[in-house]
Design a protein. Sequence first.
Length: 155
Amino acid sequence: MSEPIPDVSRRGLLAGATALGVPAPAVPAVAQRRAGIVVLIDRNDPHVMGHAISYTANLSRHFASKGQVAPPIEVVANGSGIDVFRADKSQLKEPLAALRQMYPNVVFSMCASSKSIAESKENVTIELIDGAKLVPFGIGRMVELQMKGWAYVHG
């Protein structure tokens, strides 16, 4: 007679450990915290910018349709994508304002390094749209959030 095949799934391992009087392993901290969603805009392309905005709205609606509060969503603009949050250039000021009003869990972040480079090239001071904030490095912010368990969506 052959030995039964052990259940090596997570559920089987947890049940087996508990049955043996061994405490179940702790759930990793990343799984315990309510992670968010980070959306990247890295090109000055109306399609990329528009997709990022519609993805953000659709994600918020998706969770609402399930009776859930959407996790935090942060839209990060990096490189030439910073134009989306520039007060002097953004063609999406109104949709962005409406998005923030409808979904207060949405945050807009602009790469300060990219802003500084653009200011030097254009010899201007760049003002941000209402509700946008600066982060030191857009790519650093992306990685920081992903390391905290946030899901990544490219615009």
